[in-house]
Design a protein around this ligand. Structure first.
Ligand SMILES: C[S@@+](CC[C@H](N)C(=O)[O-])C[C@H]1O[C@@H](n2cnc3c(N)ncnc32)[C@H](O)[C@@H]1O
Length: 392
């Protein structure tokens, strides 16, 4: 593909991303994957260039742009693409017309910027939410240690005890060390969020929102295969990713259970009141992961945030019913919005006045309300809110 043709294709992909944001259809990563499947002529260099153009343009726009072309013109303004590539060539974009408008900049829509400001995220911290994220690994201590593992590329240790950061992106999933379960891909913030649950060998743990099991595997490593983990989710597809990962990681004490939304407690009645620890890695707006999925911010609305908050409250109450007396609930969201963090912790303690917040002290981040927060700006990790509660 010529550089101009790449720009035109990126514009078309951006049109689909914008449509997806407006209608709730597929997000950018899925749209790109599908585009690559349907355009086999695009080689690996074209794909990399297209991916960069699309994500750079998404990052360069604040609110949802009117069109893919307006988004790309915004990227021209920020110096991310050369105006000369709008050359009117056969597969390239039409020349830029006099006075043609580009999309608005900033880091999010006005209402979202205001929500974040009210949550203590200023403009600088907001802009850092859109930086390119590094690639972090977690060393699987069921199989090796951070000191012992040798990897094909240079890495540096992160503040997480088993965390490694790659100097540059690499095809980790093709490495023998990955296939053999020595390392997992996991952001340092996610590692700290899970680590701070304080899971210990022999404990009985429920990972209530296990998804594809990123934190389940970390919990298993903490337990050293002693004790038991019940990994639950309402999403069959996500949960189906868990067994091969468990196998690869050498985990022997995880069982999976698919739940029906609204019937979670009924389906967990056999284990209610018995868990030492329930991890609630709750569904949320994902505002802490905009570095990886910057189009997520175009898919949000005040109503969606309210709905997430409601689900988080429900899941916390379910978790409270699952722990034994003296057991813990560990609440995590990858969001910087207080509505999905500090406020949920406060509301939980109001609904459960006999419970107490557990003091947290992580090697990164800072206290926020009754919990703890990690931010891309301050900590160089994905953004997380974390709170621990202990039952009477
Ligand atoms: C943030 S993701 C979990 C990520 C996962 N823990 C990890 O570390 O990879 C939130 C998960 O909650 C699940 N979920 C949503 N509603 C749920 C419910 N009512 N009960 C259990 N899980 C739910 C979603 O399907 C999603 O997989």
């Amino acid at each position: 593909m010529t550089p101009a043709a790449r720009v035109q294709s990126a514009i078309e992909i951006l049109d689909a991303v914008i449509e997806g944001a407006r209608t709730g259809a597929a997000p950018a990563d899925r749209i790109l994957a599908e585009w690559f499947r349907n355009h086999r002529f695009a080689g690996s260099k074209d794909r990399r260039a297209l991916r960069d153009l699309v994500y750079d343009a998404i990052r360069a726009c604040g609110p949802v742009p009117e069109s893919g072309r307006a988004a790309m013109l915004r990227l021209v303004e920020t110096g991310g693409v050369a105006a000369e590539l709008f050359d009117g060539s056969q597969y390239g974009p039409a020349a830029i017309a006099d006075g043609e408008k580009s999309a608005e900049g900033g880091f999010a829509s006005e209402w979202l910027v205001a929500e974040l400001a009210a949550s203590g995220v200023n403009e600088t911290a907001g802009a850092a939410m859109l930086n390119r994220a590094p690639l972090d690994l977690r060393v699987n201590t069921l199989k090796t240690t951070r000191d012992a593992v040798t990897l094909p590329v240079e890495t540096e240790p992160t503040v997480a005890p088993n965390g490694l950061r790659l100097q540059a992106h690499a095809p980790v999933e093709n490495w023998a060390e990955y296939r053999d379960g020595l390392v997992e891909i996991q952001d340092t913030g996610s590692q700290l969020a899970c680590l701070s649950a304080g899971a210990a060998p022999g404990e009985s743990v429920i990972d209530l929102c296990a998804g594809a099991g990123g934190k389940t595997l970390q919990l298993a490593a903490r337990l050293g295969n002693e004790g038991a983990i019940l990994a639950c989710d309402v999403d069959r597809k996500r949960l189906s990713n868990l067994p091969p990962r468990v196998e690869r990681a050498g985990v022997a004490n995880v069982a999976a259970r698919l739940l029906d939304p609204g019937k979670e407690l009924d389906m967990l009645a056999d284990v209610a009141g018995e868990a030492d620890l329930v991890l609630v890695d709750a569904p949320c707006s994902g505002s802490g992961t905009w570095r990886r999925k910057p189009d997520t911010r175009w898919r949000l609305s005040p109503e969606r945030i309210e709905a997430f908050a409601k689900t988080q409250d429900t899941l916390l109450d379910i978790a409270a019913a699952l722990v034994r007396p003296g057991g813990r609930v560990h609440f995590v969201t990858c969001s910087l919005l207080d509505a999905e963090g500090k406020d949920r912790a406060t509301a939980f303690l109001e609904r459960h006045p006999d419970w107490s917040a557990l003091p947290l002290a992580l090697p990164a981040g800072e206290a926020r309300g009754q919990g703890w927060r990690l931010t891309p700006h301050r900590d160089g990790t994905d953004g997380f809110f974390i709170a621990g509660f202990v039952s009477p």
